[in-house]
Write a protein that binds this ligand. Structure first.
Ligand code: API
Length: 281
């Protein structure tokens, strides 16, 4: 009988995750296992695999309740995921019975709090537009990127624990993401790739956004993408408010740009299913 691992599957605006609790100190998953678990044909199906880990000594000193690691469908570990952070926070808020928890991510400790029965607010950042931090291959004006792909031009590059390129267009529905976003994602300028967002400004406090995320797929929602799109829109003078509603194919996120280039995101979380995974070893 293969080893059985309990899992939970959750989604935030249809951005869906497989969650494993590894706080018992189980050995790290290898790439083959992560790819299989995230596969919709032979696994549970997830756009990211999330593991709950014990907080590090440094995290504990900062008051972190637990840590989270995030893996893309190709097994690569990534530094941030907004929708995943809300889902994980919900589980930890329920487990602890608290209204607020601190969650340790690769890039630092994130403050998370209940914002409704199935709504969570998290504070991410600081957002950086420093080319070394994103990272970019060389120094360029990160508010006006020298990259073009079809209708995508004059984009911005930002970092919020993971790298993003954001483009603003007048007609979002006419942009074929699968055709034009990969060239940006894989451009030499982004040595670690980038999540590629295309946004349309609806009014001074409302955006529409679609994201082609690493390692090469369209997602129904991207929380970190919504944060950096709002930040870039304000920097460009395309919105007037620091409270921005971002409409994604999977639903709406409320973004609030705060002091010190940090950002608060509020949005829903939902359960899909839970059960046991069989180890493939
Ligand atoms: N959907 C996630 C972001 C996933 C980013 C990941 N694909 C990467 O490579 O950085 C979010 O809600 O922020």
């Amino acid at each position: 009988m293969p080893e059985q691992w309990p899992f939970i599957k959750m989604h935030g605006l249809e951005n869906y995750f497989v969650i494993l609790d590894r706080r018992d100190g189980s050995k790290p998953l290898d790439t083959e296992e992560i790819v299989r678990i995230c596969s919709t044909s032979v696994g549970v199906g997830g756009e990211q695999l999330l593991t709950i880990e014990r907080a590090s000594d440094e995290g504990l000193r900062s008051g972190a309740y637990a840590a989270m690691r995030i893996f893309n469908i190709d097994g690569r570990e990534v530094g941030a995921c907004g929708n995943a952070t809300r889902c994980m926070a919900y589980l930890l808020l329920e487990e602890s019975g608290r209204d607020e928890v601190l969650l340790e991510l690769a890039g630092g400790v994130v403050h998370c709090r209940r914002a409704g029965s199935m709504e969570v607010s998290i504070t991410l950042g600081p957002i950086s537009m420093d080319w070394r931090k994103i990272p970019l291959l060389r120094e360029v004006d990160t508010l006006h990127l020298p990259i073009e792909s079809g209708p995508l031009s004059d984009g911005a590059a930002l970092y919020i624990g993971n790298p993003h390129a954001i483009f603003f267009v007048n007609q979002l529905d006419s942009v074929d993401m699968g055709r034009y976003a990969p060239a940006v994602q894989n451009a030499d300028l982004f040595p670690e790739g980038a999540n590629v967002g295309v946004a349309q400004v609806l009014d001074g406090q409302t955006l529409r956004l679609v994201v082609w995320e690493r390692p090469g797929k369209l997602t129904r929602a991207c929380g970190t993408g919504a944060c950096v799109a709002s930040y870039a829109a304000l920097k460009r003078g395309l919105v007037t408010s620091k409270k921005i509603a971002v409409h994604l194919p999977g639903g709406k996120l409320d973004i609030e740009l705060l002091q010190g280039d940090t950002v608060r995101m509020t949005g829903p979380v939902a359960f899909c299913c839970h059960g046991f995974l069989s180890s493939c070893k």
